[in-house]
Design a protein around this ligand. Structure first.
Ligand code: AMP
Length: 249
């Protein structure tokens, strides 16, 4: 079973981003970039499926500028067998990404397509759902357990207040939630070996995808500044402040 893993290059989760003065987006100049954390979980799950003998090949795919090669090399160091960069300088919105992933999945004959539930830069939480719809296959989103058995995948999903288990015939799309697994750290020899693994470059046009989006970002604003808190000396003072200053009791 071939597994396709979608890997997005995003700003590292430890970086405190600043909004650009013209409010067109966040300033990423010199910012540390990483593999989207939910995509790391997707890579780890694919590697575990290969270790169990369920997956035969893991293909990591990223849509973005040539710099996304860095994140694909990380995926290769973690255990992907080969990688495909679909190179574009245009901003990749979920619908365009989903159309490209469909093209790659069909060209490769992938049976399981693993994505993160959400990219931590734009917080869309759309790509997996759109991909499943475009491919006309089942989707198991927010997965906390994935079991492949008898031509199907059983996905336990994290839903409000509990867990739901669904069974999907392959091919299927699965998006990963935080508790699915804990990604491993790449070992140095694997980082070195990853440099020699195949990384192909394609373009959106190779999959007949026009990157023009029907969505325009109008503005991006930083959250409102919060005023500093105060320390109170006693419970009486706290009650007094809540009553007379905040007027909430
Ligand atoms: P989103 O719908 O943008 O929140 O992203 C959900 C998931 O879709 C990510 O975790 C990735 O697995 C995949 N994805 C989104 N954008 C890209 C991209 N440019 N390249 C590769 N995968 C992507």
């Amino acid at each position: 079973m071939k597994v396709l893993v979608a890997v997005k290059r995003v700003v590292d989760h430890n970086v405190k981003v600043r909004v650009k003065a013209d409010e067109s987006g966040v300033d990423l100049t010199n910012a540390k970039m990483s593999v989207n954390p939910f995509c790391e979980i997707a890579i780890e799950e694919a590697v575990r499926l290969k270790e169990k003998g369920v997956a035969s090949e893991i293909i990591a795919v990223s849509i973005g500028t040539s710099q996304s090669q860095e994140q694909l090399r990380s995926a290769l160091a973690l255990g992907a067998d080969r990688a495909i960069l679909v190179e574009t300088d245009e901003k990749a919105y979920p619908l365009q990404v989903a159309k490209i992933l469909k093209g790659v999945a069909e060209a490769e004959g992938a049976e399981l397509i693993l994505l993160g539930k959400q990219a931590i830069d734009d917080d869309n939480n759309q790509t997996g759902q759109m991909l499943a719809a475009l491919m006309n296959v089942g989707q198991g989103t927010f997965a906390s357990e994935v079991v492949v058995e008898g031509g199907a995948v059983k996905v336990t999903r994290e839903i409000d207040g509990g867990l739901q288990t669904v069974n999907l015939p392959l091919p299927a799309v699965v998006t990963t939630d935080l508790r699915l697994n804990e990604p491993r750290f790449p070992k140095l020899p694997n980082i070195m070996a990853a440099k020699k693994k195949p990384l192909d470059t394609k373009t959106p046009a190779d999959f007949g995808v026009d990157m023009t989006s029907k969505l325009t970002t109008l503005k991006v604003k930083a959250p409102a500044e919060r005023s500093a808190g105060v320390k109170v000396a006693s419970v009486d003072e706290l009650i007094d402040k809540l009553k007379n200053e905040a007027k909430v009791i």
